[in-house]
Design a protein around this ligand. Structure first.
Ligand code: NDP
Length: 484
C-alpha cells in the first residue's frame, strides 16, 4: 500500500467535513507521478446527504434579499482571497500547472464571484402595464432550487465559480462535484467560503468518480439543474440523463478553436497569441487555439516565429522557479495527445518542434510532454478533426479567407475562434461566418465575465458568464394582475 502524507474524509456538507462511504482515491502530483493524499469517494448515499442539506439551506437562502446574498458572497470571497497563498501551491500540486497559472486561475475565480456580487443589485424581471384595461402583467424570477455543478480537472476553481456565482446570487444552493483527480483545492475553497460567512449547506462539495458520485447527483430527484463542464461524450450522457424529470442543463464541452492569420495581420502579435493560446495551462483548456490556418504568403514567417517561441518555452515542475509550462495532468492524457500527434505525423504532417516527452532526469517520473508544432497534417488526421487536449499545435497553409473559414467550420466543435487581419471587412466576415460561441479579432483568447460564453454544435448548450447566466439559474413566471 502507498503511504500518503494526508488522508481526507471526503466531502464538505452543511458546513463541515463529511466522511464518505466509498473507496479511497489517490491524489497524484503530476510533476512526479506520486500520490500525496488520499480521499474517500462519495457513495450515492453521501450525495443524497449533500443534496438534502442543500435543499434544507436553500429555503432560507432564497428568502434573503438578492443584494444581501451578494453581500454575503462578497465577504466570503474576500476570505478566499486572504488565503490565496495557501491555495496556489495546493492547486499546483494536485493539478500540475505552474504557480503563476494557479495564481491567475484563482484570482480569476474570485473575480467571477465578485462580478456576480456586483450584478446582484440588478437582477430584475419585467412588467407590462396595460395588457387589457386595468390589467397588468409582470414576470417573476425564481431560483431553481438545488443545482448540481460538475467540474473537470483543468481549471477546478474558475469553472466552478462560473456556475457557483450566478447560482448562489440567484438564490439556489449548490452541490459541486470536482474531478476525482483534483478535489483538494475545491474542498478548501468551500471551507473558506463557509468560514467567510456563507451559510452552511448553501455550497456543498461531494468528491469521487463521475460514474458514481456524478451520476448520483445528476439523477437525484431534488436536483433541478445540472451545470456541467467536461468532455462532449460525458456531456451527451448527462443531457440524456437530465431528460428524465426534464432537468435544466447547461453544458460547456470540448472545443477545437480555429485561428485564422491573414496576410495583412500583425504577424508578430499573432504568433505570440498562437503560442500563448495553445500552450497556456499545458494546452489543457477548452478555449485554446487548437488549429491555425495561415495565408500561404506569410506562412513561413509565422511558422518560424511560432516554432522559435515553442522551442524556447521552459518546461518543468509547476512549483519550480522559471517554469513556463508544467506537466500534463495525467499519464493517460499524455498518451492520448502523443497518439494524436504521432498518427497525424505518420499521415503526412511535418513535426517541427516537440513530439515526445522530455528526457531530463528530474522530469522523467512526471507526465511531461514537450510543446509540439506540426505543419500541414492531412485535414482528416486526428489533429484536424479531434480535440487535442494538450500542448500540440497544428498549422495549415491556406490560400485565402474562404478556404480558412471552410476548414474552421469543418469541425464538430464550435467553442472559440480568432482571426487576425487589419482589414475590417475581412474581420467582420470571419466573425459572421465562423460557427463558434466566441470570435476574437486581433486579440488574445481571453474570456471576460462581462460577455456570455457557450459553445455551438458539439461544444455546448446554454451560456455561462454575462447577465445571461442568470437565465440558466432561474425560472420565470408570468403573473397577470386583474382589474379588481
Ligand atoms: P470528463 O467529461 O471526463 O469529466 C468532467 C467531469 O465530469 C469530472 O468531474 C468527471 O468525474 C465527471 N463525470 C464523468 N463521467 C460522468 C458521468 N457519467 N456522470 C456525471 N459526471 C461525470 O472531462 P475531462 O475530465 O476529460 O475534462 C476535459 C474535457 O473538458 C475536455 O474535453 C475539455 O474540452 C472539456 N472542457 C470544456 C470546457 C468548456 O468550458 N467548454 C472547459 C474545460 C474543459 P471524474 O473525474 O471521475 O471523471
Amino acid at each position: 500500500m502507498t503511504t500518503v502524507e494526508a488522508t481526507y474524509p471526503g466531502s464538505f456538507i452543511a458546513g463541515a467535513q463529511h466522511r464518505n462511504a466509498g473507496d479511497e482515491l489517490q491524489v497524484v502530483n503530476p510533476a512526479d507521478g506520486r500520490a500525496f493524499a488520499s480521499i474517500a469517494a462519495a457513495s450515492a448515499a453521501d450525495v443524497d446527504t449533500a443534496v438534502q442539506a442543500a435543499a434544507e439551506a436553500q429555503r432560507a437562502w432564497s428568502e434573503l434579499a438578492v443584494s444581501k446574498r451578494g453581500e454575503i458572497l462578497g465577504r466570503a470571497a474576500h476570505r478566499v482571497e486572504e488565503h490565496l497563498d495557501e491555495l496556489i501551491p495546493l492547486l499546483t500540486r494536485e493539478q500540475g500547472k505552474t504557480l503563476r497559472d494557479s495564481r491567475i486561475e484563482l484570482t480569476k475565480a474570485i473575480d467571477t464571484l465578485m462580478h456576480y456580487v456586483g450584478l446582484s443589485k440588478s437582477l430584475r424581471g419585467a412588467h407590462t402595464p396595460n395588457l387589457d384595461p386595468g390589467v397588468e402583467g409582470y414576470v417573476l424570477r425564481r431560483p431553481l432550487g438545488v443545482v448540481g455543478a460538475i467540474v473537470p480537472w483543468n481549471f477546478p476553481t474558475t469553472l466552478l465559480c462560473n456556475k457557483l456565482a450566478p447560482a448562489l446570487v440567484a438564490g439556489n444552493a449548490v452541490v459541486a462535484k470536482p474531478a476525482a483527480t483534483t478535489p483538494l483545492t475545491t474542498l478548501r475553497f468551500a471551507e473558506l467560503l463557509t468560514e467567510g460567512g456563507l451559510p452552511e449547506g448553501v455550497f456543498n462539495v461531494v468528491t469521487g468518480n463521475g460514474s458514481v458520485a456524478g451520476e448520483a447527483l445528476v439523477t437525484h430527484p431534488l436536483v433541478r439543474k445540472i451545470a456541467f463542464t467536461g468532455s462532449t461524450p460525458v456531456g451527451e450522457r448527462i443531457m440524456a440523463l437530465c431528460a428524465s424529470g426534464v432537468k435544466r442543463v447547461t453544458l460547456e464541452l470540448g472545443g477545437s478553436d480555429p485561428m485564422i492569420i491573414c496576410d495583412d495581420a500583425d504577424l508578430a502579435a499573432a504568433a505570440s497569441a498562437a503560442s500563448m493560446g495553445r500552450f497556456y495551462n499545458c494546452g489543457q483548456a477548452c478555449l485554446a487555439i487548437k488549429r491555425v490556418y495561415v495565408f500561404e504568403s506569410v506562412a513561413e514567417e509565422v511558422i518560424e516565429s511560432v516554432v522559435a517561441k515553442t522551442k524556447r518555452l521552459k518546461v518543468g515542475r509547476g512549483d519550480a522557479e522559471g517554469t513556463q509550462m508544467g506537466p500534463m495532468h495525467t499519464n493517460a492524457q499524455r498518451s492520448e495527445v502523443a497518439g494524436q500527434v504521432s498518427r497525424s505525423v505518420s499521415a503526412g504532417g511535418e513535426l517541427l518542434a516537440g513530439g515526445s516527452a522530455p528526457d531530463d532526469a528530474d522530469l522523467i517520473d512526471g507526465f511531461f510532454y514537450e510543446p509540439t508544432v506540426v505543419i500541414d497534417p492531412p485535414h482528416d488526421s486526428p489533429m484536424a478533426i479531434e480535440e487535442v487536449f494538450g500542448p500540440a499545435l497544428p498549422i495549415w497553409r491556406v490560400a485565402d479567407l474562404d478556404e480558412a473559414i471552410a476548414h474552421a467550420n469543418a469541425s464538430q466543435f464550435g467553442l472559440g475562434s480568432s482571426v487576425w487581419t487589419r482589414d475590417l471587412a475581412r474581420a467582420r466576415e470571419a466573425a459572421n461566418r465562423i460557427e463558434a460561441g466566441y470570435t476574437w479579432i486581433n486579440s488574445r483568447t481571453k474570456v471576460y465575465d462581462e460577455l456570455p460564453f457557450g459553445g455551438w454544435k458539439s461544444s455546448g448548450y446554454g451560456k455561462e458568464h454575462g447577465e445571461e447566466a442568470f437565465d440558466y439559474y432561474t425560472e420565470t413566471k408570468s403573473v397577470v394582475l386583474g382589474a379588481s
